[in-house]
Ligand binder design. Structure first.
Ligand SMILES: CCCCCCCCCCCC(=O)SCCNC(=O)CCNC(=O)[C@H](O)C(C)(C)COP(=O)(O)OP(=O)(O)OC[C@H]1O[C@@H](n2cnc3c(N)ncnc32)[C@H](O)[C@@H]1OP(=O)(O)O
Length: 219
């Protein structure tokens, strides 16, 4: 058994899996702005009390915009290459629903290396609502899956989640800064045992343990 506390290697280049890669700096500021505006739009649409005329007008505008933007679609599996604050290179799926740069549905959760693992902060709006005022349990699991999966990718090499167990200790509130942590506990060959938690106001609302299986890197 080996315990890795430091990255063992540079992240494998997704191009070796046949995946297209874009540098995060090449994503236009206008696209990042659009993604953010649409994120806000989803929350507003889900809660609007606007009159029928305004709703009909908005639907027509959005339909028109959808048509104008539906050009030159990216290849499924397109990855983003980014340089982390410690200078290492990382890759992520560009439309990843939790962390993707171009996903308007993503909260988004951006994770940074900290001693012992990865850490990110995120505040959820009503897009993620399950029980009244609270995050949906599936989204709590998604945040934890992302954090432990990324920790495994960063500290060992990319893999898929084989098993994820979540303990929901307290309700996870909306509109409250959440701290999300992921770490590698130990590795056994391709098996990476990981854990993580979410905190609100310093208190753990949910914790997870998971098993990641590292993918075989092409020679
Ligand atoms: C660059 C991008 C970065 C990007 C960073 C990305 C972060 C993304 C985070 C999100 C992660 C996801 O959502 S991933 C998406 C959700 N997950 C999936 O779709 C995975 C679906 N499952 C699978 O494809 C497969 O079952 C795998 C790949 C997990 C394993 O299949 P395999 O490769 O054939 O390996 P296999 O021989 O079966 O198993 C290897 C070893 O693990 C054990 N094992 C396998 N599954 C389990 C299990 N559930 N519980 C216990 N043990 C298990 C086996 O017994 C074996 O042990 P031994 O005999 O060797 O002792």
């Amino acid at each position: 058994m080996t315990v890795h506390t430091q990255p063992v290697a540079e992240a494998p280049d997704p191009r070796s899996f046949g995946l297209p890669v874009v540098e995060d700096g090449s994503i236009p500021a206008e696209l990042r702005s659009l993604v953010s505006r649409v994120h806000d739009l989803i929350d507003v649409v889900a809660n609007t009390g606007a009159d029928r005329e305004t709703l009909a007008e908005a639907a027509a505008v959005v339909e028109d915009l959808t048509g104008r933007l539906d050009v030159d679609r990216r290849q499924i599996g397109t990855m983003v290459e980014r340089t982390m604050s410690d200078g290492t290179t990382e890759y992520g799926t560009i439309t990843n629903i939790v962390s993707g740069d171009t996903s308007p549905v993503a909260p988004p959760l951006f994770l940074e290396r900290v001693p012992g693992g990865l850490r990110g902060e995120v505040t959820l709006n009503t897009i993620y609502q399950g029980p009244p005022g609270l995050a949906h349990g599936g989204w709590v699991a998604a945040l934890l899956d992302q954090a432990v999966g990324s920790a495994s990718a960063v500290e060992t090499s990319p893999g898929l989640t084989a098993k994820l167990e979540v303990n929901y200790r307290r309700p996870t509130p909306l509109f409250t800064p959440l701290e999300v942590i992921g770490r590698v506990d130990r590795t056994e060959g391709r098996k990476v045992f990981v854990s993580g938690e979410i905190r609100a106001h310093g208190e753990v609302t949910a914790e997870a343990t998971a098993l990641m299986i590292r993918v075989q890197i092409p020679e």
